[in-house]
Design a protein around this ligand. Sequence first.
Ligand code: FAD
Length: 453
Amino acid sequence: MNVSVVLFTADLRLHDHPPLRAALDGSRLVVPLFVRDPAVDRAGFAVPNRLAFLADCLRDLDAGLRERGGRLVVRSGDVVQQVVKVAAEADADEVHLAADVSAHAHRREERLRRELEGQGLRLHVHDTVTTAVPPGALTPAGSDHFAVFTPYFRHWSRQRPRDAVDAPRAVRVPDGVGSERLPSRTGIADLSPGLATGGETEGRRRLTAWLRSGVAAYEEGHDDLAGDATSRLSPHLHFGTLSPVELVHRARRAGGPGAEAFVRQLAWRDFNRQLLAARPAVASVDYRARHDRWRSAPEEAEAWREGRTGYPVVDAAMRQLRHEGWMHNRGRLLTASFLTKTLYVDWRVGARHFLDLLVDGDVANNQLNWQWVAGTGTDTRPNRVLNPVTQAKRYDPDGAYVRRWVPELADVTGPAVHEPWRLAGPERAALGYPEPIVELAEGRERFLRARKP
Ligand code: FAD
């Protein structure tokens, strides 16, 4: 066996990359390939923030390969046709690919298998590249997936993922396989100004810093909105610049309650992936239909998107999303609850807006978390409604998060910032901050009425 193609997708790294390792073990020459597929663009997933982060990732991957004597081959077009074309140009015998869970990934794998086998090439699909535990590996009696997180987590925690694989020392790419120019974030319009930098080098730097000085305080700090004490590794997990298997091992080695709580969140990621793998339709269809007759409220939805609902913590979180292309998990929970329950607007409206901006925007995690909050997913208390004022007082007790993101309220001191409508009339008018677009009690009752069996 002489030449292999490794198709990189959501695994843009060199460390702990089983497909690349297998290709190097079995072949003299390897073509590391990335294909920019217009089908992904057409489906609405190629949004500026993620395209910019992706460009960083591809440049960093290419640099890492060049340090090892190789390079990244970039093509655009239908992914299957491009793989077949590159395999022919390189005279390859086999193709390696990481398993993934979306409907798009399933179709891609099936088409690739058919096309390649038709031409006498072999396709190797590798598990545990994009998840720590493969979807489908854990199943309860009588079902093909877990519908509730707690029992899933009990099984998941007993697993010991495979050992992490070292990054290769050398990669030799055959001559004569042309590449397009690497994309660059320069020139991409409408980027969030505070967008994080992508790439494996940056991901590994963040991970090491996180394990050294962040994770120990994670258990008590992860919900503190102003403290910003979560790992911010989500875009790296989404693009695969970090390996979930390696993260689980390194966090378990770090030990302690913070690391345990962090590993539990990594299990949520696998949980959502096993759900999407088993039920690909839940990307757009209710996992558990509640027969909701969602309100059409375009003006209220727009106020929500723009962060001018008149509820400071909701507006702060929505503005953080626009500014950074990222939002704190507590913010995601309470803004999603506000849209789907207090305003009773379809979760798909909110999920689309998140996917338009989130740098970690991910079909499994985004759609299934939206469904979880909307009560159409796997939450065992589907009718709970988060009150944004109570949430704000608990998770942003002195209002620092709100003041950071809502400049109109920057001079309101202490927790009063969470209820500007309580300020005296003239003081309130001078702020230039909107009045609440809905009464919380009214919204809650409307939702509970609608959900009555
Ligand atoms: P940490 O708290 O440091 O957690 C570590 C990692 O665990 C995260 O990077 C992530 O990969 C995983 N994780 C954490 N919480 C969850 C969770 N609830 N479900 C699944 N995995 C989790 N996460 C995404 O990666 N992409 C999304 O598109 C996305 N959309 C969301 C939409 C809504 C409405 C909600 C409520 C949550 C969403 N999440 C999403 C989950 C979670 O909010 C983010 O993963 C987290 O805020 C990322 O920040 P972090 O890396 O600092 O997380």
